[in-house]
Design a protein around this ligand. Structure first.
Ligand code: SIN
Length: 524
C-alpha cells in the first residue's frame, strides 16, 4: 500500500491516461475547472498517428515528425514517443477501442499534412478525441476521484518540492489540497488569441501554475495556427480537420482557384505552418478562402462532427464549399520536462500540451498530440510508482492571504485582440515590441487566492503567458516552424539551431539543447 496522493490538474487525454494507469494503492484526485468533457482532447478530430500499413514503419513516422518540426525536435524523445506510442495504440486495439474499420474489418487510415502515408487511426469519423476521453473515463477505478468545476489556482511548494495545489471550488471556497506528487495536464494556451480551436477553458493555466512554482518554460514562440477553422460572418465555429484535405478536399479562393498549387510539393497537405502562412497571405491580399469538398462523396458519414458544425453555421454541405480561415490551434512549447514528464521542480510533473518534451519541435505533425498524451501519461504514471514513499507532508497551516496574483487592468478580449494583431502568424520586431510594452505597462491589482474570481485568475494567467510568449517571439531572430518573422524570414541555423529560449522566475536565458537538431536516423 503506497498511501500516496496524486493530484492531477486537467481532465484531457494525458490526465486520464495517467489516472487510468495508477494502481489502487494510490489516491488520485483529478481536478478540472469545467466538466470532464471540457478539454482540447475532446475536440480532437483527426485521430492518432501510428504506422499500421505493411509498407509503413516507425522510421517513416519519425522522419515525417522531424520534417514537420523544422530541425527543432529532440531526436531521442521523438524516437521513444513514436515507438512507445505504437505499442499503446496496439493496446487500445487489443482492448477494443472503437477505431473506425471498413466493411472488411480493416482499420480505416486517414492522412493529414506532412504525413508521407495514410496512418491516422480515427473513431466516430472525426470524433476520436471525444471517444478516447469516454473510453479513458471508463477505465478509472474507485481510487480516482474526479472533481469537476474546481479550479487549480496555484501550486504549493514546500522545501523546494511541490506538495499541493490551492484550488477554488464551484462555490468560490478556497482549499489547499496536499499531495505527494502533482501532475499538470491542463492543455495549452489557445485563448491567448481571438480565433482559436481550443475549448473555452484553455487559458494557459498549466503554464502559469508551473512558472509561478519555479519551473522552467521553453519554446513559447512556437505556436501552431491551424489552416482551416470554419469561420462564417467573422464567427469561428470550430475546426475543419486536416483529414478533410486528406480525403481530397482542396483549398480554393473565391474564384475557385486552388491556392496551394505550385507552393509546395505536398500542396494542400504541406506542413501546417506553411499552409497557414499561405492562407494568411492570401487573406491579406483580400482573398476569401474555402475548402472545396465536392469530391468527398461520403462527407457526412466520414465527418459527422464537421457536418454538424456546418449546420450550426448555416453552411449547406451539398454546395461543396466550407469557408475557412487559420486560427490558433496548438502550442509546441510549454513547461520543460524530461522523458518522464518531470519538471525542474521536484514532484511536479507536466504532461500533454502544457509540456514541452521536444517531441513536436517547431511545428507539430498532425495527430501526434493524442499519441503524446498516451505516451507521457503512461510514462509519468510509471515514474511516480518508481518513487519511494516520501516523508509525511508538513501539516502546518498556510495563510491564503499570502498567495497573491497580479491581475492586469484589462480584459481577456483586449489581450486576445492584441495578441492576434501583433503576435500572430506573421511577426515583426516593431509589432512585438509594441505588444511587449503594452503588456508590461498595464497597471495591475494584487489579489489573494481567497478573493480572486475565476475570471481574474484566467486574466492573470493569460497576461503572464502572453508576456513570456511575446518576449520569446521577439528574441528569436529567425523563422522556424510556427514562429515566422517577416524581418528574419529564414532559418538561421548558425545562430539558432538547437537553441531554446527558457523562462523562469529568475529571468530569461537562451540555452543550447544537445538533443535537438539533426541526428543520424537509424531504423526504429
Ligand atoms: C486536425 O484534425 O486537423 C487536427 C488534428 C491535430 O491537430 O493533430
Amino acid at each position: 500500500m503506497s498511501g500516496q496522493t496524486i493530484i492531477v490538474v486537467g481532465a484531457g487525454a494525458a490526465a486520464l491516461s495517467l489516472a487510468a494507469a495508477m494502481p489502487p494503492s494510490y489516491q488520485v484526485i483529478v481536478i478540472t475547472k469545467k466538466s470532464a468533457n471540457d478539454s482540447n482532447s475532446t475536440l480532437a478530430q483527426g485521430g492518432i498517428a501510428t504506422s499500421i500499413l505493411a509498407e509503413d514503419t516507425s522510421y517513416s513516422h519519425i522522419e515525417d515528425t522531424l520534417y514537420a518540426g523544422c530541425g527543432h525536435n529532440h531526436f531521442d524523445i521523438v524516437k521513444g514517443a513514436i515507438t512507445d506510442g505504437k505499442r499503446l495504440v496496439q493496446e487500445l486495439i487489443k482492448h477494443h477501442f472503437p477505431f473506425d474499420v471498413d466493411n472488411d474489418g480493416n482499420l480505416e487510415l486517414g492522412k493529414e499534412g506532412a504525413h508521407s502515408i495514410n496512418r491516422i487511426l480515427h473513431a466516430g469519423g472525426d470524433a476520436t478525441g471525444r471517444m478516447l476521453i469516454q473510453y479513458l473515463l471508463k477505465q478509472l477505478g474507485e481510487h480516482v476521484i474526479l472533481k469537476e468545476y474546481e479550479t487549480a489556482a496555484d501550486l504549493w511548494v514546500e522545501n523546494g518540492r511541490c506538495t499541493g495545489v490551492w484550488t477554488k471550488d464551484s462555490a468560490g471556497k478556497t482549499h489547499l489540497r496536499k499531495a505527494d506528487h502533482v501532475v499538470i495536464a491542463a492543455g495549452g494556451c489557445g485563448h491567448l488569441f481571438q480565433i482559436n480551436t481550443n475549448n473555452r477553458s484553455v487559458t494557459s493555466d498549466g503554464l502559469s501554475l508551473a512558472y509561478r512554482a519555479g519551473a522552467e518554460l521553453t519554446d513559447l514562440e512556437f505556436v501552431q495556427f491551424h489552416p482551416t477553422l470554419l469561420i462564417s460572418d467573422g464567427v469561428s465555429y470550430g475546426l475543419v480537420s486536416e483529414a478533410v484535405r486528406g480525403e481530397g478536399a482542396v483549398l480554393i479562393n473565391q474564384n475557385g482557384q486552388p491556392v496551394m498549387e505550385g507552393v509546395h510539393p505536398l500542396k494542400d497537405l504541406a506542413p501546417r505552418d506553411i499552409v497557414a502562412r499561405v492562407l494568411h497571405q492570401k487573406q491579406t491580399e483580400g482573398a476569401r478562402l474555402f475548402l472545396d469538398i465536392r469530391n468527398i462523396s461520403n462527407f457526412e458519414s466520414r465527418f459527422p462532427t464537421i457536418s454538424s458544425l456546418c449546420e450550426k453555421a448555416g453552411i449547406p454541405i451539398e454546395e461543396g464549399q466550407i469557408p475557412v480561415s487559420p486560427g490558433m490551434h496548438f502550442l509546441m512549447g510549454g513547461v520543460s520536462v524530461n522523458k518522464w514528464g518531470e519538471t525542474t521542480v521536484p514532484n511536479l510533473y507536466v504532461i500533454g500540451e502544457s509540456a514541452c518534451t521536444g517531441f513536436h519541435g517547431a511545428n507539430r505533425l498532425a495527430s501526434n498530440s493524442l499519441l503524446e498524451c498516451l505516451v507521457f501519461g503512461r510514462r509519468a504514471a510509471e515514474r511516480i510508482q518508481s518513487k519511494k514513499n516520501l516523508p509525511v507532508v508538513n501539516k502546518k497551516l498556510h495563510n491564503p492571504e499570502e498567495v497573491v496574483f497580479a491581475v492586469p487592468e484589462s480584459t481577456l478580449e483586449d489581450i486576445q485582440k492584441k495578441m492576434t494583431k501583433f503576435v500572430s502568424i506573421v511577426r515583426t520586431a516593431p509589432e512585438l515590441l509594441k505588444m511587449k510594452n503594452w503588456l508590461e505597462q498595464l497597471p495591475v491589482q494584487i489579489i489573494n487566492v481567497k478573493e480572486i474570481t475565476n475570471e481574474q485568475l484566467e486574466l492573470s494567467h493569460v497576461w503572464q503567458t502572453a508576456k513570456l510568449m511575446t518576449q520569446s517571439a521577439l528574441l528569436r531572430t529567425e523563422s522556424r516552424g510556427g514562429h515566422y518573422r517577416s524581418d528574419f524570414p529564414v532559418k538561421e541555423d548558425a545562430i539558432w539551431k538547437g537553441k531554446q529560449i527558457i523562462h523562469s522566475v529568475d529571468g530569461i536565458k537562451i540555452r543550447k539543447n544537445e538533443g535537438i537538431g539533426d541526428h543520424a536516423i537509424v531504423q526504429a
